[in-house]
Ligand binder design. Structure first.
Ligand code: RNT
Ligand code: ZN
Length: 418
């Protein structure tokens, strides 16, 4: 038997097994086409970016490790992302930060950035069948400090307002170019190491800045606002807390970004999905993996991730949830890190699509709680892996761990020589 025919045979058996609990496997595979990931460009180069005047990473985030092979130029980053995509089934997006512009060797300050600095990205993305998403960048800049959009110093605050306005225009141009809305994420690190004496003041300033930034209406971009629990060196107070952005998003109809590393460790991000779907327009995800803190470890297939994917599928919300990734690990091969995290996320969504949801919900509606619990447990070991292998096969990417040698090869030939 060839490898393909084994995968085919096991798949057919799995299909029957799923049919017995009322799950249509072909439909699940069809729905996987809607699971499009937004790959975070910053995994390839440890959040450095391509500003000529680039400074050290700041804003309370940190990358650990110095594994060889970091992408140092736009061309290297593009090549790395393309390589990673050859191991990730389906069609996807690339999420750029403003500091990854094509600045052509010129110093372009954050309040001077223009759509032209992303023209080559737009063209490259089109050639490679990728859509782009975007982020303003408030960190790693002399004016970053502890406060940007919430800074009482009007000059500094206006500088970041101008930056963010420009980023929205860039996003609009990207969205137009690709004829698909560009998701623009706004995250600022604003906060304080010690307990502030006036929490309200900075939050009021942030609200005011956001109102000014969002005053212009656009058609091809969507605004997302990302909360956080705390940053390194900013442990006591975060201006843009979850309450702040949830309130702002619900009131002003903005999309709240849920970064899975930005909550208390025992808090369920999955549980937030259904509430947000009722009160805010859509959801942007930053799928990450906190280990004891917001450590941005490579995403793996754990309970947090499967719970999150299941909630989205149970809410039938694939059209309203945008799946971005956000982690940075410089201790292992960076392209391998992309692939592990992306495939884990896809597996979680596939498992969720294969959940015997109708039967479980029927049990629940009838008050059959033993049956619900029993099926929930049995469903954990249904043969989803056979369907995943078929999904990889159908999409022309390596099945199982067979992608590992390809990453080794690329390291030997390309990243290892940097
Ligand atoms: C930081 C936020 C933010 C960043 C990126 C680089 O804690 O998660 O999304 O990771 O903007
Ligand atoms: Zn994030």
């Amino acid at each position: 038997m060839t490898k393909e025919s084994i995968i085919q045979t096991v798949f057919e058996v799995a299909k029957e097994r799923y049919a017995a609990v009322g799950v249509d496997v072909d439909q699940a595979l069809e729905n996987m086409k809607k699971v499009s990931l937004s790959l975070h460009c910053w995994q390839a180069d440890d959040v450095n970016g391509f500003e000529v005047q680039a400074g050290a990473l700041s804003g309370g985030i940190q990358v650990t490790g110095n594994y060889p092979g970091r992408a140092r130029t736009i061309d290297e980053l593009r090549a790395d992302v393309k390589k990673a995509l050859t191991y990730i089934p389906g069609s996807h997006r690339l999420n750029l930060h403003e500091i990854y512009g094509d600045f052509q060797g010129k110093v372009v300050d954050r309040d001077e950035v223009e759509p032209v600095h992303f023209q080559s990205w737009m063209e490259w993305a089109k050639e490679n069948n990728l859509k782009l998403d975007f982020n303003s960048t408030s960190f790693s800049h002399p004016k970053s400090g502890d406060l940007t959009l919430a800074n009482p110093d009007e000059e500094i605050r206006n500088f970041w307002i101008e930056h963010t306005k420009r980023c929205r225009l860039i996003s609009e141009e990207m969205g137009k170019f690709q004829n698909d809305p560009c998701m623009m994420n706004l995250w600022v690190h604003d906060g304080s190491k010690e307990v502030p004496a006036n929490r309200l003041k900075y939050r009021a300033l942030l609200e005011q800045s956001l109102d000014e930034i969002f005053a212009t209406k656009y058609d091809y971009m969507k605004d997302c606002i990302e909360a956080k629990l705390f940053g390194i060196g900013l442990e006591s107070y975060t201006v843009g807390s979850y309450d702040f952005y949830l309130g702002y998003g619900a009131k002003k109809n903005k999309i709240v970004t849920l970064d899975t590393g930005h909550f208390h460790l025992t808090e369920s991000v999955a549980d937030k999905v259904s509430s947000l779907l009722l009160f805010t327009p859509e959801i942007m995800l930053h799928v990450s993996r906190p280990v004891r803190w917001d450590s941005d470890h490579v995403v793996i297939l754990n309970d947090d991730l499967t719970d999150l994917a299941r909630e989205i599928i149970r809410c039938n919300a694939l059209d309203r949830v945008h799946i971005g990734l956000d982690y940075f690990d410089a201790t292992i091969n960076r392209i391998g890190a992309y692939v592990v995290g992306c495939r884990a996320t896809q597996k979680a969504f596939l498992q969720a699509l294969l959940e015997p949801a109708a039967l479980l919900q029927q049990y629940e509606a009838n008050g059959n709680y033993f049956e619900r619990l029993a099926l929930q447990e049995e469903a954990k070991s249904l043969p989803w892996n056979a369907v995943w292998d078929m999904y990889c096969l159908q999409n022309g990417v390596p099945v199982g761990e067979t992608y590992i040698p390809g990453i080794h090869e690329y390291e030997k030939e390309v990243t290892g020589k940097r």
